[in-house]
Write a protein that binds this ligand. Structure first.
Ligand SMILES: [Zn+2]
Ligand SMILES: [Zn+2]
Length: 448
């Protein structure tokens, strides 16, 4: 018995430092997972709208501090005074070396949750207009937060393997496309250092959990919001000849815009023009004075974006002139500066480098090359408009493989991001995200 205990003691004192030396992103992700799942559920149950991320930001700040970061809160400068700056920046310094930015987003959406999960949100909050709305983490930003904290904890414990400065950025207001811009406007790069590389991640609702999905080059689109007011001369619905009907004109303009994509554009350059809202008139027998429309316009390349926006304006005004609308009542076309996110460009060289890293850390079969989308993501701002800071925004799967197999067999669509039924599988999704981000940072900052 005594010999046995002595042997265990000897073995444990000899093996313990060996185990410590063997800490890896994988073993650290496994060790941290139970507490990160608890954080995930906590954040999921208490979602906050864009510009209102007070509790979420406080939680992230506390966790970054506990991981050894120097933390600054309330970073961000918005144009809209209704949005409060809840950006959190945690700096982890480890001697001289490159600076790498690691970003999570934090905000939730005005959606009533219908997942039926035991930790589902029941939160109701006031939106910008003072209206009560249900709130839900339907885009997985809660998963990102848990993985972001896990990454900070892992990198703090792996300091013997990297050198330089990691700037952990917990960004608010991604869903309204201006959180990243607000942080940069508040001097993110002057105050905390301009990064050599910027890394972000996002869950994906059509990729299996445990996998990383990545696109080289353009991965998400320029998002422009355009407001159009079509003006006419209203009157009685029974006497159209005495009016200039803006409803018929709006219909013509919408049809004419379709030719921007089908006729004016190079088919190899993706473009989407969606009229998401059209409002005009009050009653059956009144021709109104105006019709208002709201468009979302998606493009990749800067010159395509400029041309498409100019085409929208030209066609609206041209149709109005053809309908005999006087020049002083020409349509008013406004491109919003506030609701804009630039296209995300995954630096090809950096993408290739990280794909090799992930194949090694997660296995060849766990890394999928996927097509780009026309969705928007303001992580692109960190790369700057000229993409001069090499950046990669990668995806990680969040769906049970059995559900993907079922979808392939039956064609029954899975809940997408922003669906009230979107319920990501927390485990191993969070684990994969931590390993993906941690191994990427280690490779970019490794000791030579
Ligand atoms: Zn979203
Ligand atoms: Zn999102």
């Amino acid at each position: 018995m005594k010999i046995c205990s002595l042997l265990i003691l000897l073995l444990s004192t000899w093996v313990a430092p060996f185990i410590f030396a063997q800490q890896t992103p994988q073993s650290l992700a496994d060790a941290e997972l139970p507490s990160l799942l608890a954080i995930y559920k906590e954040v999921h149950t208490h979602p906050e709208l864009s510009g209102q991320e007070e509790q979420t930001a406080a939680l992230v700040a506390k966790e970054l501090r506990a991981a050894g970061c120097q933390v600054t809160e309330h970073v961000g400068k918005y144009e809209n005074p209704k949005l409060k700056p809840y950006g959190v920046v945690g700096v982890m310094k480890n001697s001289d070396g490159p600076t790498v930015l690691v970003r999570t987003d934090m905000d939730a959406l005005p959606i009533q949750e219908e997942t039926g999960l035991p930790y589902a949100s029941k939160v109701v909050a006031k939106n910008d207009e003072g209206k009560d709305v249900h709130v839900m983490h339907a885009c997985g930003h809660d998963i990102h937060i848990a993985a972001f904290i896990g990454t900070a904890r892992a990198l703090a414990k792996l300091k013997d393997q990297w050198r330089g400065t990691i700037v952990f950025v917990a960004q608010p207001a991604e869903e309204i496309g201006n959180g990243a811009r607000a942080l940069l406007k508040d001097g993110l790069y002057d105050r905390f250092g301009k990064p050599n590389f910027a890394l972000g991640f996002h869950d994906k609702a059509d990729v299996q959990t445990g996998h990383i999905a990545i696109t080289e080059g353009y991965t998400s689109a320029n998002v422009d919001s355009v407001d159009v007011t079509v003006r006419g001369i209203g009157g009685h619905g029974a006497y159209p000849h005495k009016t200039k009907d803006p409803i018929v004109l709006a219909a013509e303009i919408i049809n004419a815009w379709q030719t921007i994509v089908s006729r004016d554009n190079n088919p190899l350059d993706p473009v989407v023009i969606t009229v998401g809202s059209i409002n005009g008139g009050t009653k059956h027998n009144i021709i109104p004075d105006e019709v208002k429309m709201q468009l979302t316009v998606r493009t990749y390349k800067p010159y395509v974006r400029e041309r498409v926006l100019a085409d929208i304006d030209r066609i609206a005004k041209g149709c109005a002139a053809a309908a005999g609308i006087p020049p002083d009542l020409a349509p008013i076309v406004t491109v919003s500066k506030d609701f804009f996110a630039p296209a995300m460009y995954n630096n090809p060289e950096l993408t290739k480098r990280l794909v090799a890293v992930w194949k090694k850390s997660l296995g060849d079969e766990s890394v999928e090359m996927v097509d780009a989308v026309m969705g928007g993501e303001d992580f692109s701002e960190y790369s700057l408009r000229d993409h001069s800071i090499p950046a990669v925004n990668f995806h990680f799967g969040a769906v049970d493989p059995a559900k993907i197999a079922e979808y392939k067999q039956t064609g029954k669509e899975l809940p997408t991001l922003h669906s009230s039924k979107f319920a990501p599988v927390p485990e191993p999704t969070i684990r994969t995200a931590i390993i993906g981000m941690t191994t990427a940072v280690l490779d970019l900052m490794k000791k030579s």
